[in-house]
Write a protein that binds this ligand. Sequence first.
Ligand code: TXA
Ligand code: MG
Length: 318
Amino acid sequence: MSTDVLAAAAALLANGGLVGFPTETVYGLGANATDPAAVRRIFAAKGRPLGHPLIVHVAAVEELAVWAQDPSQDALRLAAAFWPGPLTLVVRRGKGLADEVTGGRQTVGLRMPDHPLALALLAKAGVPVAAPSANRFGRVSPTTAADVRAELGDAVDLVLDGGPCEVGLESTIIELTGGPPMLLRAGGVPVETVEAVLGGPVQRVAAGPARASGMLASHYAPSAAVQIVAAGDLAGRAEELLAAGRRVGVVCLASPPTGVVVLAHPTDNASYARTLYRSLRAADGLACDVVLVERPSLDGLGLAVLDRLSKAAAPRPA
Ligand code: TXA
Ligand code: MG
C-alpha cells in the first residue's frame, strides 16, 4: 500500500468521503463519525434504513474515554484486554459524534480494529470513523476488497486493499451500559474469553426481535438453500440430494462426500469463520442449489459461525 493512497483515503475521510477499508473481521465502509452528512452517505450507499446504529472505529485504546461517557471499569478492562481486536463495546455515548451514528440512541458501539492498514488510516484521518460492514443492506459481509467493489461499485469513493480478512466474520458486541454485561452479537472474540477477563458471566440475549441490526435472518444468506447438518449426516444427506439431481455445495470440517462442490474444507472453528462468507458468496457463483454446512462445536469461534449459519439457513420470503 503506497503512502499516497493512504493519504488520499485519510483526506477523503476528513472531507466527508466514503472509504472502504480492511479490518481483521470484515471490510468496513467508513465515514467521519463527527460529520452528519458523511454518515448519511453510508446509509445511502448501503441502502440501510436510518436508525440502525453504526460502530465507531478508533485509533487508540485511550479514545474509549473520549467518545464514551464515563466508561465503566468493565469497559476499560475489556478495551485494555482486547483492543486492538474484534470486540465492540456498546457504552454510554459521549459528546461529539453525529446523531446519525447512533440512530438517536444514548449509547454508542466503539471498537479499535486490529489491522495495520485500518490503524494507519484512522491515525492519519484524525477522526473517529463510523463503519458498518461494506455490503449492501441484507447481504453477506465482504472479506476482500474485490467483494467491496462488487457490492458498492461507485457508491464508495476509494477502497483500500488489505488482502483477505483474518477473522472473516464480524466483531463480538458486548453491551456495558450499567446493567449486567450482555452479548448482543457473537463474533471474533469468543464470549468465554470475555467472561474470563470480566471474572463473571455475560448474559446471552435471548432469541427474539434482533437487538442489533445486522442480526436479521435475511442477512448472511446466499441464493442457494442452506441446510445445517451434523457431521455424521453429511454423506447421507448429500447422496439424497445428488440422487434428486440437485447441485450440492458443501462446507465441512469432516472429509467431504463425493460428487459435491467443496466450497470450503476448514480444519477448525477459526478457519471455518475465516472462510465462511467467502464460501457463501462462492455458492452463488457456482450455481449451487443447496449448500450443506456442517454444524460446528460451540467453543471458540464456533458460536459465531453457528449464529451466521442459522441466519443463512433461516426460511425467508421467496
Ligand atoms: O466487525 C465488525 O463489527 C464490522 C467491522 C467493519 O468493524 N462492522 C460491522 O458493522 O459489523 P455493522 O454495521 O454491519 O454491524 C454493527 C452492529 C449492528 O448489529 C448494530 O445494530 C450494532 O452493531 N450496534 C452499533 N451500535 C449499537 C448500539 N449503540 N446499541 C446496540 N447495537 C449497536
Ligand atoms: Mg453488517
